[in-house]
Design a protein around this ligand. Structure first.
Ligand code: NAD
Length: 362
């Protein structure tokens, strides 16, 4: 089969790790008889430098013409001025919105080989296998009014947290559908004791639960969820939450596996039926890591596992996705480590060497 993939590497280590994910896709394509047509486009800080905007129209057009988007990361100190009119983050927020991708899936599975790399005790990490589903296109990050102004009594600013019941229902359905293929448990996270938008969220979550009688749902306040994630993470199966809560909780969950460099994510407009293709954007959860950019030592496994999610959700190539995931597990089981997941004194491999090992096992 033939597929078109838009590659938006972005800034810092984004292009470094995305290049390795592309090589892994090419290798699995050669093995299984698929052709991937990769097209690169600018996004983020490098797009600001060249075009004065973080998300050029041409990049959106290319993404829309593709079967899926492989994304790196955007941002860096060069574009950090808080007074700047354009920001690299507009690139990622804008492309998710332009493609209508409202659900961000972040699987967090702690492999036994990496328990040592986590700051948590191994006894707490036993059996941790969570998917966090974060609402992506609504809530505090997008709703208006969103502005800053000056008054005689000083500066003021406002952001707005607004949700419609349709926005909540569609992302809750993604969570419940995922749970059906897992342990049949959904935890809906909100702040219903304080926020009106969360009371709507909770109401719709409970209505959606009735559509999925085989799945058990509980509601949890976001502060409790933040605590439970480090106190007893194995209790969770699927977590569904609004945009900002999800942003924060997923970074916390990343700590469980020891390094940001390990975790993939998928941004989707629903869970596609088996056998169907569906647009999605796939990116490691980490940022541009300016401290290690250009050194060739970034861990490429989060990007490579994102490529596996791309095969699963956008191209309906489950066997190929699984092959890549098993190859990554084997590389770790054989003791190979990039610097971010190595113990002191352990031999470490470069970005390209880690990817070569995965490719060798496909
Ligand atoms: P970061 O994820 O870039 O880095 C945090 C730490 O993790 C750093 O020490 C870094 O070296 C390490 N790290 C991250 N990815 C790694 C990898 N693959 N291999 C080895 N080590 C890795 O977060 P930050 O430092 O807070 O942000 C840096 C820049 O990235 C900022 O401009 C931020 O806005 C941006 N950012 C972008 C995205 C995105 O594009 N989706 C997400 C998060 C942060």
């Amino acid at each position: 089969m033939e597929f078109k993939i838009a590659v938006l590497g972005g800034d810092g280590i984004g292009p470094e790790v995305t290049a390795e994910a592309v090589r892994v896709l090419e290798a699995i394509g050669r093995k299984r008889g698929h052709t991937f047509q990769f097209s690169e486009a600018p996004v983020g800080g490098n797009a600001i430098d060249r075009y004065g905007m973080a998300l050029p129209q041409e990049t959106v057009r290319l993404a829309k013409q593709s079967d899926a988007v492989l994304f790196g990361a955007v941002g860096g100190p060069k574009w950090d001025d808080p007074r700047a009119k354009v920001r690299p983050e507009d690139g990622i927020l804008g492309i998710r919105k332009a493609l209508g991708l409202f659900a961000n899936l972040r699987p967090v599975k702690v492999s036994p080989q990496l328990m040592e790399a986590s700051p948590l005790k191994p006894s707490l990490l036993q059996g941790v296998d969570i998917v966090v589903v974060r609402e992506l296109t609504g809530g505090l990050y997008f709703a208006k009014p969103k502005k800053r102004w000056e008054t005689a009594r000083g500066r003021r600013a406002v952001d707005t947290l607004r949700y419609t019941e349709q926005e909540v229902r569609r992302v809750m359905r993604v969570g419940f559908t995922l749970a059906q293929g897992r342990k049949n448990r959904v935890t809906s996270v909100d702040k219903a004791n304080v926020l009106e938008s969360s009371r709507l969220w909770r109401e719709v979550a409970m209505e959606t639960a009735k559509e999925f009688p085989g799945v058990v749902m509980d509601n949890m306040l976001v502060d409790t969820a933040a605590m439970q994630l480090v106190r007893s993470p194995a209790r969770f199966d699927v977590i569904v939450t609004e945009n900002m809560f999800g942003d924060i909780l997923t970074d916390e969950a990343a700590v469980l596996v020891g390094s940001m460099g390990m975790l993939p994510s998928a941004s989707l407009a629903g869970i596609p039926q088996a056998g169907q293709r569906a647009m999605g954007l796939y990116e490691p959860i980490h940022g541009t890591a300016p401290d290690i950019a250009g050194k060739g030592i970034a861990n490429p496994l989060g990007a490579i596992l994102s490529a596996a999610l791309l095969l699963r959700y956008s191209l309906s190539l489950e066997a190929e996705a699984r092959t890549i995931e098993l190859a990554v597990d084997k590389v770790l089981a054989d003791g190979y480590r990039s610097p971010d997941i190595a113990r002191p004194g352990e031999r470490t491999l470069q970005t390209r060497e880690m990817a070569d090992l995965v490719i060798g096992l496909l």
